[in-house]
Design a protein around this ligand. Structure first.
Ligand code: HEC
Ligand code: HEC
Length: 329
């Protein structure tokens, strides 16, 4: 309580403003103080003093609420926004050790936990799909439910995502998918499979980080077919591997040339290094497609040179560099 000392002082003021005789100490002084507080002049002064202290405290409190208070008078550059704190979920197990997602194991996780809603082929048509509703959970509904009062209409149906719907999936990065599986999606039937559900989401049983990443990798592989992947592999090896390397690690014949000019490339990470798992999982398919179409720096643009199927295939194939999967022929 930061005002306690102030109050304390004002009480002292009230008690001791005008001692009739300067106190000499001990019980006698205390008695004089008490006596002085009985004088009619004291309350008015005390109130004035209290008002002063309150105004000062209010001024200090409002000063504390300003975006910045320059004590030294130094100039503060306000043109730039403050740097943003972005927390990136790394691909690790519970002990923060790096892991490699595995689509083969992911199929088992998916069949056991997800297919009931999303369907075995990920089309969003599992047996439970027609019965799903969106929980209407917000601060108000939760509060009113304490008194047994339901303030909403019957909840709306909630449709499981179809992982073959590229219009939808193109704007979702693997990291965002993982976050959805971990925390659930608030106000939809998509439950959380991590330790804690985000507010407004349902909770299913808890899966390990590795299980959730494996299921994620399997979902990514669902939209491709073995045929589309092998066509993409051939195209990639012919057009892209010269720089990006057959393994997506940036170590193609022209890799050293890129490394000499692109700093992150020389470190084996960042744009164009598809084995940099913590980078590539943050990139969504439409970002990768635009990079391929437009080019950037040393990366040539391929607009008008690739069919939509080839483009989708290349993106699906690029993701396969970060997870384990059945061999692509
Ligand atoms: C109880 C039914 C149910 C279960 C079980 C379920 N989901 Fe979902 N899931 C949904 C629904 C409904 C949505 C659509 C949410 C929305 O409307 O945004 C969804 C959406 C998602 C999304 C977001 C996709 C996107 O494109 O936005 C991912 C990823 C996902 N689910 C993965 C999983 C995984 C992995 C599992 C198993 C570990 C799983 N789901 C289990 C119902 C379910
Ligand atoms: C001449 C070398 C070269 C060739 C050929 C090449 N790339 Fe690149 N690519 C690069 C470089 C260099 C970058 C990094 C650009 C940058 O600094 O942002 C890059 C970046 C990318 C990115 C962006 C990744 C991101 O996260 O933004 C994708 C996707 C990509 N390349 C795909 C391809 C595909 C697919 C092909 C073949 C069709 C291809 N590249 C051919 C050199 C090349």
């Amino acid at each position: 309580m930061r005002f306690a000392p102030v109050k304390e002082r004002s009480r002292m003021l009230r008690r001791c403003t005008r001692p009739a005789v300067p106190p000499r100490g001990g019980a006698e002084a205390a008695a004089r103080c008490r006596h002085a507080s009985a004088s009619p002049v004291a309350p008015a002064r005390a109130r004035a003093a209290l008002a002063c202290v309150l105004v000062l405290a209010a001024a200090l409190a409002t000063a504390g609420c300003q975006p910045s208070v320059s004590v030294t008078g130094a100039l503060v550059d306000r043109r730039l926004p403050p740097p943003q704190q972005v927390e990136i979920q790394l691909v690790t197990d519970e002990d923060n050790r790096p892991i490699t997602p595995d689509a083969i194991k992911g199929k088992q996780v998916f069949d056991a936990n997800c297919a009931v809603c999303h369907g075995t082929t990920g089309r969003g048509n599992g047996p439970m799909a027609p019965t799903l509703v969106a929980p209407q959970k917000d601060v108000l509904t939760v509060f009113m439910a304490l008194f047994g009062i339901q303030i909403h209409e019957p909840p709306l149906p909630s449709h499981p995502a179809d992982f073959h719907n590229r219009d939808l999936e193109n704007v979702i990065s693997p990291a965002e998918m993982y976050q959805t599986v971990t925390e659930g999606r608030p106000h939809t039937a998509m439950p959380a499979f991590g330790p804690q559900a985000s507010f407004g989401a349902n909770k299913a049983q808890t899966l390990t980080n590795a299980d959730r990443w494996d299921a994620n990798a399997y979902e990514l592989s669902l939209r491709a077919t073995p045929q589309s992947l092998s066509a993409a592999k051939a195209l990639y090896n012919q057009q892209c591997a010269v720089c990006h390397g057959v393994n997506g690690d940036g170590k193609g014949p022209r890799g050293p040339e890129m490394a000499a000019r692109v700093w992150s490339w020389s470190r084996g990470e960042g744009p164009g290094i598809f084995t940099d798992i913590n980078y590539i999982v943050q990139r969504n398919p439409s970002e990768l497609m635009n990079a391929i179409l437009d080019g950037h720096g040393l990366m040539p643009g391929y607009r008008g040179k690739l069919s939509p199927e080839q483009l989708n295939g290349l993106v699906d194939y690029i993701y396969t560099f970060f997870y384990k999967h059945p061999p692509i022929r």
